[in-house]
Design a protein around this ligand. Structure first.
Ligand code: AMP
Ligand code: ZN
Length: 429
């Protein structure tokens, strides 16, 4: 099913022609912003120098530090009067990043979400319970508008309060949800505890799961626990929020809407492009944003591009699952470790629940606290010890250092409703 078949299946040449035209417009639009004006002057770039898509490499990068330095209105490309909505980015310390939307930006963001929902089979008959955080965060509002555009009944539930979520799902026959992986896992445990069999008792069909990295194992766990199909959903506030890249029905990589974003994958250390299909940092240039266009934004997200055409017929290339962030990488005893590697191991072990935390206290030690599954422990201490050992060995094989693993009762670790904070790094380096 298509929301905008012509655009979604446009030939590559046509798509690239459109991208170049929009890139040139974007460069002209940002040229008067003092931040970009200075960058252009420093490198001697004139707005007319962008003649091909490869010329994007002549443009400066923009980082989240640049957005913070130009807080609150320094990156605006339109008069403040023309801005319709302000979002800020989540999860970081210090000053937030201020992100402005014009009327057209609000509409475009909803349009991309509508496309993303419809490509998995969502129709106006569906009932959408949005479990993302409403407020300054883009996660909920942007998909809310997208689902309304499709014509769905939208329930702005927000995260948490699982009793109420269940009531809403039962009474209004919710068919799809938008949720973080951590809350989805929690909800699955909650349903199990309350004797709810989702396939029998609820009308759920799909979950759009994103806002934080998770693994294929976690997808399976959520699919089993909630009795639905999980579609990986990627976005970031700097690029409208959700709706940047979502999976189609094939569930095999996320189509990134290339008529709105120009993508590059670079080596995060050198800034140079990586070879096709290799993994690196995703860098995006907005092609349609009016209020706050961004050139070559360093997302810090590590992924790779699937260039082969998708069986669904869409021509927009796909992103592989985000494996981590270039700035979330942990270095323990000189070894680079992505929390995703740990998650992959934990989530594929029988007897293990869905919540875990990684603690780094002293320089050379990594401790993991991992919850047991509801039904995972028979009370025998030796079984517990042997499972702990088994996990530590499995982890050693993957991350090359042996962490200390402590298994804890289900429900011991803090539950996050928004983005989970899995890693606590208290090391004084
Ligand atoms: P925010 O701007 O607060 O919405 O956060 C955006 C960030 O969340 C992205 O840069 C990613 O690091 C992360 N994120 C969002 N969606 C996904 C996803 N499907 N998989 C992995 N990470 C994601
Ligand atoms: Zn597809």
């Amino acid at each position: 099913m298509f929301w905008d078949q012509q655009v979604e299946t446009a030939g590559r040449t046509e798509l690239e022609r459109l991208q170049l035209h929009r890139l040139q417009e974007t460069v002209r639009r940002v040229a008067h912003i003092p931040f970009y004006k200075q960058k252009f002057t420093e490198s001697g770039l004139k707005t007319g120098d962008i003649r091909s898509l490869d010329d994007v490499r002549r443009l400066p990068f923009t980082t989240s530090a640049d957005l913070r330095a130009n807080y609150p209105t320094g990156m605006l490309a339109v008069p403040l009067d023309d801005a319709l909505r302000l979002h800020t980015s989540s999860g970081t310390t210090g000053k937030p990043k201020a992100l402005f939307f014009s009327r057209k930006d609000v509409d475009n963001a909803a349009e991309l979400c509508a496309r993303s929902f419809v490509m998995t089979g969502v129709t106006k008959k569906d009932v959408f319970q949005n479990m993302m955080t409403y407020g300054l965060f883009t996660g909920a509002l942007v998909t809310h508008y997208g689902a309304e555009k499709v014509g769905c009944l939208v329930i702005p539930a927000g995260p948490g309060n699982s009793e109420r979520q269940l009531l809403l799902m039962q009474d209004f026959r919710t068919t799809f949800i938008h949720v973080t992986p951590s809350y989805a896992l929690y909800l699955a445990t909650f349903l199990e505890k309350h004797g709810i069999n989702p396939r029998r008792d609820l009308a759920l069909k799909k979950a759009f799961v994103g806002a934080e990295p998770y693994t294929e194992q976690t997808r399976l766990k959520i699919e089993q626990g909630l009795g639905l199909d999980v579609y990986n959903s990627y976005g970031l506030s700097e690029m409208n929020g959700p709706g940047v890249a979502f999976e189609c029905e094939r569930k095999n990589g996320m189509h990134l809407w290339e008529d709105h974003f120009l993508i590059e994958i670079i080596n995060p250390k050198t800034g140079e492009p990586v070879l096709d299909g290799e993994s690196g940092e995703l860098v995006m240039t907005t092609l349609c944003r009016e209020a706050m266009p961004l050139l070559r934004y360093r997302t810090r997200d590590i992924t790779s591009i699937i260039a082969e055409p998708c069986e669904c017929g869409r021509t927009h290339r796909r992103l592989n699952r985000i494996t981590g962030r270039s700035d979330y990488m942990l270095i323990v005893r000189g070894v680079n470790i992505y929390p995703q590697q740990v998650e992959r191991i934990l989530m594929s072990q029988p007897g293990i629940g869905s919540n875990y935390g990684i603690h780094l206290q002293v320089l050379y030690e990594m401790t993991g606290r991992v919850e047991l599954a509801q039904t995972g422990f028979d009370g025998q201490v030796e079984h517990l010890m042997s499972l702990q050992n088994h996990l530590a060995e499995k982890l050693r094989a993957e991350i090359l250092i042996k962490p200390q693993v402590r298994l804890v009762q289900p429900g011991t670790l803090p539950v996050s409703e928004g983005k989970a904070k899995r890693v606590v790094d208290n090391r004084k380096l």
